[in-house]
Design a protein around this ligand. Structure first.
Ligand code: IVH
Length: 725
């Protein structure tokens, strides 16, 4: 091994807007190729991964990736959010406030997770939200449904735990599951009762709401800070966050923070059976409620209230970024439950995005792990909605042509949902004479191979994305695939972060995933040892070998996800792991599916609930390549994937495959499916020998007949409900 410096990069100030290199470090799939489900999953992964790097950078001062790679992760996150504004997560890195997470606070695990809200951006979205609720609950349009309509406060959410009426703990949202204990600081906020004397105040009870800073307080604080030469805050939200996260509570006490209550966590009991009723109790107990909140009883009333509040927005002394609608009846909220991390019974209706104009300086092409060439606009820095933007995605070449944006153009930029930069189009009056249409490269900037637009086998349409054909010879793809393989949600090998993968790759030590597992043996046989490399020593080399050895056993879903098959993200990986049980079974079935698209194996794959035709085709394509099969088989000699545990192992239907057919009387199909999955069952769309139960309601047809022919257990809805308890 050559002597090689593995120096740590000095952390520099990180921002969303730094220069990017050619490859998209986290790119798994071109953003344009993502389905909504992929995007949901990818945004979750990116939020996790970026949070992980933030923690290393801020708390340990020990980043494991370069600033450029970090910025690429953030850019990908932003590009996906720009394409799917409705999927922006509450914990999105684009929303996270600049304040460094401090290790000065202890952690609090929320008894009830603090989840986020889905977003809609127009009336249509609200209508769909209400319709979805009716469909899920099986309620006709003429049955009235009340909703609370209230401002979405742009502050920080907080959980206030009371025991015996006394405020005993205040915790920030954190990642929704674990937050920070900021009790001492919150105790200084005048709006928040420290002791509730009411006899009917439940014990324990956790009141949740938003801490915010008013515009006037914000202006006064910044003026003071300026005088004292202190930090100037960009907006009231950052100021509130910065003030709450002070290690010295007397500093928090000097910063006027306020509070609105709008939700609750763990509760011994509830004072009412509606959201509005609980709000009334909050008010009675002394918690501040937003004065604009209203109980509305029709879609029209909800939308009118939205408009009224929006019109008055500029006159408010605090920031709001939209309206939240919540279904009033708590029993229905309970039935609706949650989908991923947001309730089905509430939604945020965001106010329209802010716009700005700036100059497009250049268009850079990034190459992702799957070879997708993504154009990134390099902009004259401009502030939109309180954030400086220098990069924006242009998605693909068609988008550039469609928008007719040219280098040198003044372009209109928008941050949709107040968070993501997106280019709307050029200002033609300002076009310089020299501006020529952008010629999208037809060769890969990373390896020089041809870059082509494939014809999608399913649709017969030309793919929007141009891809490098260099496959495994393209360094952008090879390295990115390796990084994906070791990434946090895949093999997650400690000490083998992106930077080390790059170095090991450049040094020829690790060229394919297989090389990872032979590293220690090769090191032992070789003359030059990793321990002799600069920046390494015996201990750190051994630690790395141990970490690799520890991953010889990894859960099957991670193993599948790590393979980097197009359209197979974590969720699909989990579905496959759950359905096939063992790696051997999975590989065998995929081999059969790849050989013949008419095979039972292929139709079984496609029939897995949650796996669409695109993912099924991509998986079969992957296993149709002998080279890929060889790598997987070789890997399986070194790695033993472990089967997944079912969601609720104790449930009588855990691991069983269920098909619902006919009309259900106690719940809708969607509700039944969600419930079965929560209990660890797989819900399939058609009956096969593998089906354990068919739950048949009135009007069941061919599925019921199939079940009888195949001798599958058929249950009535009541029998099913009894079975699941
Ligand atoms: S309800 C289960 N109501 O928005 C959802 N949230 O995206 C409970 N927020 O983290 C949240 N005003 O920080 C709710 N009136 C309101 C809100 C509100 C602001 C914030 C809150 C939450 C985020 C959800």
């Amino acid at each position: 091994m050559a002597k090689k410096t593995l120096s740590k990069k000095t952390p520099s100030k990180k921002s969303v807007n730094k220069k990017t290199a050619k490859q998209d470090a986290a790119a798994e799939m071109a953003v344009d190729a993502l389905t909504e489900a992929d995007a949901t999953e990818e945004l979750a992964r990116l939020a996790d991964e970026i949070a992980h790097h933030d923690a290393l950078y801020y708390q340990k001062d020990d980043p494991e990736i370069s600033d450029a790679d970090y910025d690429r992760l953030r850019q990908r996150n932003e590009a996906i959010e720009a394409r799917f504004p409705g999927l922006v997560r509450e914990d999105s890195p684009t929303r996270r406030v600049g304040a460094a997470p401090s290790d000065g606070f202890s952690k609090v695990t929320h008894a009830v997770p603090m989840l986020s809200l889905g977003n809609v951006f127009d009336d249509e979205g609200v209508r769909d939200f209400v319709d979805r609720i009716r469909r899920f609950l099986g309620l006709d349009a003429d049955i009235p449904l009340d909703f609370t309509t209230e401002p979405k406060i742009d502050g920080l959410s907080i959980g206030l735990r009371y025991e015996g009426g006394k405020l005993v703990q205040a915790a920030t949202r954190g990642d929704g599951y674990v937050g920070e204990n900021v009790t001492a600081n919150v105790s200084t906020i005048g709006d928040i009762p420290k002791q509730v004397k009411a006899r009917d105040f439940p014990d324990p009870f956790e009141v949740r709401g938003e801490i915010y800073m008013s515009h006037s307080a914000f202006a006064a604080l910044n003026a003071e800070q300026e005088k004292a030469g202190g930090k100037i805050f960009a907006n009231p939200r950052n100021a509130a966050a910065g003030s709450l996260r002070q290690l010295d509570p007397s500093v928090t006490a000097s910063r006027p923070l306020q509070f609105f209550a709008y939700a609750w966590g763990e509760a011994a009991s509830l004072p009412a059976d509606t959201q509005w009723g609980v709000y009334e109790a909050f008010a009675k107990w002394g918690f501040p409620l937003n004065p604009l909140a209203k109980l509305t009883s029709s879609l029209d009333e909800m939308l009118n209230t939205y408009r009224e509040i929006e019109e008055g927005r500029a006159g408010l002394d605090y920031d709001i970024d939209g309206i939240v609608y919540k279904l009033d009846r708590l029993d229905l909220q309970e039935r609706l439950g949650f989908v991923s991390r947001s309730p089905r019974w509430a939604i945020a209706h965001k106010f329209p995005a802010e716009k700005a104009t700036t100059v497009l300086r250049d268009i850079e092409i990034q190459v992702g792990r799957t070879g997708a060439l993504t154009p990134v606009a390099k902009l004259e820095p401009v502030t939109v909605g309180g954030v400086v933007v220098q990069n924006a995605t242009l998605h693909n070449e068609d988008e550039i042509t469609r928008k007719d944006v040219r280098i040198g153009d003044t372009v209109i930029l928008q941050r949709a949902g107040d968070v993501i930069p997106q280019i709307l189009g050029p200002v033609l009056d300002k076009r310089p004479k020299s501006a020529k249409p952008f010629l999208f490269p037809t060769v890969c900037p990373a390896c020089g191979s041809h870059a082509v637009r494939e014809i999608n086998p399913n649709t017969g349409k030309v793919d929007a994305v141009r891809r490098c054909t260099g496959g495994l010879i393209c360094p952008a793809q090879r390295v990115e695939r390796l990084k994906h393989f070791v990434s946090r949600n895949a093999f997650d090998i400690e000490g083998l972060g992106e930077k080390n993968i790059e170095t090991f790759y450049d040094e020829g030590l690790i060229q394919s995933p297989l090389d990872i597992f032979t590293l220690a043996a090769r090191d032992a046989d070789g003359e030059q040892k990793l321990a002799d490399w600069e920046g390494w020593g015996k201990t750190s080399a051994q630690k790395l070998f141990d970490a690799i050895a520890a991953r010889r056993s990894v859960s099957l879903d991670r193993f599948i996800y790590a393979l980097g098959i197009r359209h197979v993200g974590e969720i699909t990986g989990r579905l496959l792991a759950r359905n096939y049980g063992t790696a051997e079974h999975f590989v065998e079935a995929m081999g059969e599916a790849a050989k013949d698209r008419e095979s039972t194996a292929y139709s079984e794959l496609e029939n897995i609930d949650g796996i669409g035709p695109t993912a099924a085709a991509a998986i079969a394509d992957f296993f149709g390549e002998p080279h890929n099969v060889a790598v997987v088989e070789e890997l399986l000699k070194d790695v033993s994937p472990t089967p997944l545990e079912a969601v609720d192992q104790g449930s009588p239907v855990s691991g069983k495959t269920v098909v619902f057919t006919g009309t259900l009387e106690h719940m809708t199909r969607a509700e039944a499916k969600a419930q079965a999955e929560r209990l660890g069952a797989k819900v399939a769309g058609s009956v096969s020998k593998k089906t354990d139960y068919v739950v048949a309601g009135p009007g069941a047809g061919s599925k019921l007949k199939n079940a009888k022919d195949l001798g599958v257990d058929v249950l009535t809805e009541d029998e099913w409900l009894k079975l699941i308890g």
